[in-house]
Design a protein around this ligand. Structure first.
Ligand SMILES: *Cc1c(COP(=O)(O)O)cnc(C)c1O
Length: 435
């Protein structure tokens, strides 16, 4: 039998976008930026800056696209909580029909609080204690096991009473940024596919019921082949696990951040996967579910981060715009070298000038070098694009700064979904002792 690996053709899953669409969610109407008719400058007046704004309509549209692209695959979307974890966003995903991907026991609790059934959630932790896994078992979520030692303990503790999923590392290098690759040989994630015989021995010894196989080869897959390669490896591996109810392909779906960026064409992935899936089910003898965990794909473009320009500072090298935010609120540019477009909400018609946009934190926290932005004046509101994923969820109180508020725009209405932090929040868990 020819392995599925060879049967999948590596079509260009990833396409180049000529321009970043002025995300249809944010429109310039009569010189004013708005989302679903809500004026951004009025939002800032009402809730202050900096401010995270999410367009629920855009999230719904992305969810729709995903389910369309993967029709016929018996597909389930497990939205990864870590991308954007506000409970209202989770509730929105529940309404849309998604389940959740969780990576900590706290995310599991958030999901339960948002109304998800335990069986709709997969728990994919990495390097957590077995105690935390036992807690997750008690809560009833699908347990995804990512190392041999845990698999052994799981088998000893539960035998055949609790099924599990196994996360494999197919050793496909996902390309792109080394900090977000998870499939390569040095990765800490997953159980190597080369350990599959060892895995089978542990399963047999303990009668472990394996209901799922999982692979997640990392965010920002630039190499178009890596997705289909890891999918093919998993389909092949699946034949060794007769009790499967699902295969989880994780994520890696890339969204464009700037003109010319590559992005994932989910319709093409769907097309390819359908062919592989049909072959697989014929050989496997029955249908199973196919799960996906798109984080960025679902929420990145729906989010905008509004910041106020505090100072304009010309130096011999550039003109800095210093904003009322920094790596404490939005760390992707500094941590991953992520490119996020920045535009001036207050002066859309202004002449274009070149700026370097930096934060107010006592670190080099540069949002973007040499950006062409319509003339920025002190006090103007700038918007940073693609701020939905890994924005607020990676924020901190560094420099004892307060975290911003979050607003969701849904059905033409702006709703405050998280209050801006106050000084009291900074001290809440601190214990003042006698010195
Ligand atoms: C982070 C993560 C995701 C989401 O990745 P995106 O790049 O945001 O789509 C999915 N699954 C697992 C297991 C993850 O750790």
């Amino acid at each position: 039998m020819m392995p599925v690996f060879d049967r999948i053709f590596y079509n260009s899953f990833i396409k180049t976008m000529e321009t970043v669409a002025q995300s249809p969610s944010m429109e310039l109407v009569n010189g004013r930026y708005q989302i679903q008719g809500i004026d951004m400058l009025e939002l800032v007046e009402a809730y202050g800056a900096p401010l995270f704004v999410y367009d629920a309509g855009k999230i719904a549209e992305k969810y729709q696209q995903m389910t369309e692209a993967f029709h016929g695959l018996n597909c389930r979307i497990k939205y990864p909580v870590k991308a954007l974890s506000n409970i209202n966003i989770l509730k929105l995903f529940r309404k849309l029909g998604a389940g959740l991907d969780t990576v900590s026991i706290q995310e599991v609790r958030l999901g339960l609080k948002a109304g998800f059934e335990p069986h709709e959630m997969i728990y994919t932790p990495n390097c957590v204690s077995f105690d935390e896994i036992k807690e997750a078992v008690k809560l009833g979520v699908v347990i995804n096991i990512d190392n041999i030692s845990i698999l052994e303990q799981f088998g000893h503790e539960y035998g055949d009473s609790i099924p599990c999923c196994i996360r494999f590392n197919p050793h496909i290098s996902a390309g792109g940024n080394s900090k977000i690759k998870t499939g390569h040989i040095d990765s800490k994630f997953g159980i190597s596919v080369y350990q599959q015989r060892h895995v089978q021995r542990i399963i047999k010894a303990n009668n472990i019921r394996v209901h799922g196989l999982h692979v997640h080869t990392g965010s920002d897959i630039l190499d178009a082949r890596s997705y289909s390669q890891s999918a093919a490896i998993l389909f092949d591996l699946a034949h060794e696990f007769p009790q499967l109810q699902f295969i989880d392909f994780g994520s890696g779906f890339k969204v464009p951040y700037k003109p010319g960026d590559v992005f994932t064409d989910v319709y093409e992935i769907g097309e390819e996967l359908r062919q592989a899936y049909q072959l697989f089910t014929k050989e496997y003898g029955r249908e199973i579910e196919v799960w996906f965990e798109p984080g960025k794909y679902m929420v990145s473009e729906a989010g905008f981060f509004l910041m106020r320009s505090n100072v304009i500072k010309p130096t011999p090298a550039t003109v800095f715009v210093g904003v009322d935010s920094g790596l404490n609120h939005f760390i992707r540019p500094m941590m991953y070298g992520g490119h996020h477009e920045i535009f001036n909400v207050s002066n859309p018609g202004g002449i274009q000038r070149i700026y370097t946009v930096v934060g107010y934190i006592c670190e080099t926290d540069t949002f973007g070098w040499d950006r062409k932005i319509s003339e920025v004046r002190e006090g103007d509101i700038l918007a940073l694009r693609n701020a939905g994923a890994y924005g607020y969820s990676m924020s901190s109180n560094y420099n004892s700064r307060l975290r911003p508020a979050e607003v969701m725009i849904i059905n033409g209405e702006a709703k405050l979904i998280r209050k801006r932090e106050t000084f009291d929040d900074l001290l809440r868990s601190q214990v003042e002792v006698e010195l």
